[in-house]
Design a binder for this molecule. Structure first.
Ligand code: AMP
Length: 196
């Protein structure tokens, strides 16, 4: 399966991605991790990306898209992958569609973990990271919303979006994710029933 996982910082995305990749036997492609690795290895992409990442800006689309396009051609992606942190904008989303269409393996689902702002703020405040101060948290949530809202709409229109209630225990949330994916599978690709 080819799945995109979205959600604001503090929604519990990391935990759920880990469980899902284990359960589906597909690799977890975190764009942030891929870029940090490229920087460590000082590859061409890494050297290009480094200054953008240091400023907290998105790296140029062509750098990111090329990394992902190459990554999904590796053998471990033969039966799919879970994208985390990518795509971040419309151009990246369209480039991913093209890369997957070229392989004949279109996206199966886009999951969004939905967690009320109050809960996200409380969870992030509890982590104690330097970028977890209340005003910074608010800024990160705002930029997630600004960047992501148009993407959610893009996927909703194509019947790919599943909004997952991200409140409750990690076990409960994971159950909801599996249930949503199972319902889509039963309904078949592109089915109206799957659109919820
Ligand atoms: P993250 O770990 O997802 O927060 O990403 C860390 C940094 O990597 C971001 O601040 C961006 O500079 C860069 N980055 C990650 N994913 C992308 C993406 N899809 N497009 C552009 N830049 C990205």
């Amino acid at each position: 399966m080819w799945i995109i996982f979205m959600g604001p910082p503090g929604a519990g995305k990391g935990t759920q991605c880990e469980r899902l990749t284990r359960s589906l036997h597909i690799p977890h492609l975190s764009s942030g991790d891929m870029l940090r690795q490229a920087v460590v290895e000082q590859t061409g992409a890494g050297r290009l990306a480094e200054p953008y990442m240091a400023r907290g800006d998105l790296v140029p689309d062509q750098v990111m898209v090329k990394l992902i396009a190459e990554r999904i051609e590796r053998r471990d992606c033969a039966s799919g992958a879970l994208f985390d942190g990518f795509p971040r904008n419309r151009h990246q989303a369209e480039a991913l569609d093209q890369a997957l269409a070229a392989r004949g393996t279109p996206l199966d689902a886009v999951l969004e973990l939905d967690v009320p702002d109050g809960i996200v703020m409380a969870r992030l405040a509890g982590r104690g990271r330097s970028d977890d101060r209340p005003e910074i948290i608010a800024q990160r949530l705002e930029s997630y919303r600004r960047q992501t809202r148009p993407l959610l709409e893009y996927y909703r229109q194509r019947g790919l979006l599943e909004i997952i209630d991200g409140t409750g225990t990690p076990d409960k949330v994971f159950e909801r994710i599996l249930a949503a994916l199972a319902a889509r599978r039963r309904a078949g690709p592109g089915s109206e029933i799957a659109r919820g």
